[in-house]
Design a protein. Structure first.
Length: 122
């Protein structure tokens, strides 16, 4: 399951994933964000994986995600909260596979760490 909110006053989009995370869920979420009338591609992006129980994304799909144009600009910060070792490792693979396309991706363990990065006080 996936949901997102757009916090225009904070210039932030927050995605929440629950249950099993899949490649198609991520792509669908990005399409929903991109087409939302309140979305601005210069906003920062926080992805919350704290309620993800497993992921079904192959290494090849991770590489594809790193090269696909997500709904945000190159200047946007992208922070992913990945609390478990398994999720943290998966997101780090994504981070490295798309380094040139997404230069500002940060993988953290807690929401508090994510908010510090997004507020500029990391």
């Amino acid at each position: 399951m996936r949901t997102f909110t757009i916090e225009r006053d904070k210039r932030l989009v927050v995605s929440h994933y629950t249950g099993v995370l899949t490649y198609s869920e991520v792509l669908a979420q990005w399409d929903e964000i991109r087409s939302h009338p309140n979305h601005d591609p210069t906003f920062n992006y926080l992805t919350d994986l704290t309620k993800v129980t497993d992921y079904k994304i192959s290494t090849m799909e991770l590489k594809k995600l790193g090269k696909i144009e997500d709904p945000f600009s190159l200047s946007s910060l992208r922070v992913v909260v990945a609390p478990t070792d398994l999720l943290f490792g998966m997101v780090r693979m994504y981070e490295f596979s798309g380094e040139l396309r997404h230069p500002k991706v940060y993988t953290v363990r807690t929401i508090e760490e994510a908010l510090r990065i997004l507020s500029g006080s990391s």
